[in-house]
Design a protein around this ligand. Structure first.
Ligand SMILES: [Zn+2]
Length: 412
């Protein structure tokens, strides 16, 4: 009897020791093991990639494993599975062109082409992926072991000046619209337009677009919008908003990032910032030669009008070769997690997530493609984030925002 008692005491001690090792992992191995377990159990969602631009190329097969080092892009279904990524918002992206009937029609046609390519990709791979229109869809697909394909529209340009298009895009599966891209459009001002602001924020038409998105149940995405646009949007929207791929300005001074006041306003609104792992949005390294050479190109860009598309393409090409000539150091996973820490400390863990911008410029040291996403979770575990907190960061928060947006739409 005494022996049995002794045996069960030491057995219980062993269990307690094992449990405490799990809760308080010490070695790198323990941390990794716990992180992978958490990563596996969470719904992991990336809110922004530009991979559909590859769908329109006939040779790209989303069901095949590629290597980014050979130009294979950073996302495909096999690597999503490897990286434990349950779902992502795939962008219907159009670059800003002329704001006239012809330009609007071209943008619309291009958007429809991308919607068609996304539909075809899902149809072709229905055994491993499915379209997600709601959080419920994403959780159901996760249970089936399939990748959830959400659709986000990057740049509201294809809406043109026809409000009815918003509903058409909703019916095609769009669940967020990034109102603007790198230049001002008819909806609102951009954070990076070289020219003067056009509206000083949201236009009158833009207000109607936000109302329509609220009515339908589409998240309003403020990434790429100017600071003035951000405040106009947040005041106008009856539902929580999102920044699908933006980072923290206090850590990397880019107009694409959100400053502390904006983050506080975002928290009050119940919204979420999805940290963008584009290296220069995460950390800026001094590079004086590149800076002075690119300033010359930027000056030239400022003088162009919306119709100078040939000259603009040429200047962008010069900019890209400049970047190759004076390469910058790259931010890493630790730097990216500093942004998550910053937001969590300032406004709480309920308002932060991740939007990689893979295939649109996103990628950092240690997270170069979608298969490496668990490295972020490993770093978060190292920093003491709990399973519950990590689940919120990886998908819980943005799914909460989408649910709220659905609720507001249902009440209108
Ligand atoms: Zn973008």
């Amino acid at each position: 009897m005494k022996n049995i008692l002794k045996l069960s005491v030491s057995f219980i001690t062993l269990i307690l020791l094992t449990l405490s090792a799990c809760n308080n992992p010490k070695t790198d191995e323990e941390i990794k093991e716990l992180a992978l377990k958490i990563h596996e159990s969470a719904l992991v969602i990336d809110t922004h990639n530009d991979t559909p631009m590859r769908f329109t190329r006939s040779e790209f097969n989303m069901g095949e494993r590629h290597d980014y080092r050979d130009g294979g892009g950073r996302v495909d279904f096999p690597r999503m599975k490897e990286g434990g990524l349950d779902g992502a918002f795939f962008a219907v992206f159009t670059g800003q062109g002329a704001r006239d009937d012809e330009g609007n029609q071209k943008a619309y046609n291009r958007a429809i082409g991308i919607f068609n390519a996304i539909d075809k990709t899902i149809e072709k791979h229905q055994d491993i992926a499915g379209l997600a229109l709601s959080p419920d869809d994403a959780y159901a697909l996760e249970k089936e072991g399939k990748r959830a394909v959400f659709i986000g529209m990057e740049n509201g340009y294809p809406v043109g000046n026809d409000l009815k298009k918003v509903e058409e895009f909703y019916n095609r599966g769009t669940r967020y619209i990034t109102l603007v891209h790198t230049r001002n459009n008819d909806i609102c001002d951009s954070s990076t337009d070289d020219r003067k602001p056009k509206y000083g924020g949201l236009s009158q038409f833009g207000e109607q677009v936000v109302d329509e998105m609220n009515r339908l149940g589409i998240m309003v995405d403020v990434s790429h919008a100017s600071d003035e646009s951000f405040y106009d949007i947040i005041e106008r929207s009856k539902a929580p908003i999102m920044a699908s791929h933006s980072s923290v300005r206090a850590l990397s001074d880019s107009p694409r990032n959100l400053d502390d006041e904006m983050l506080k306003a975002l928290a009050e609104n119940g919204g979420v910032i999805q940290i963008c792992i584009l290296s220069s949005y995460i950390k800026q390294f001094p590079n004086p030669q590149r800076d002075s050479a690119s300033a010359v190109i930027e000056e030239k860009l400022k003088l162009l009008t919306d119709n100078d598309s040939v000259a603009r393409v040429e200047l962008y090409r010069e900019m890209r070769s400049l970047r190759r000539k004076y390469p910058s150091e790259r931010a890493n996973v630790q730097d990216a997690c500093d942004h998550i820490d910053y937001v969590t400390n300032l406004i709480g863990v309920d308002h932060v997530g991740i939007g990689t911008d893979f295939d649109g410029g996103g990628a950092i040291e240690g997270c170069d493609d979608v298969s490496e996403m668990p490295n972020i979770t490993i770093e978060l575990v190292k920093r003491g984030y709990s399973k519950k907190e990590i689940s919120k960061i990886w998908g819980g928060n943005v799914m909460r925002v989408l649910k709220e947006v659905e609720k507001v739409a249902a009440s209108m």
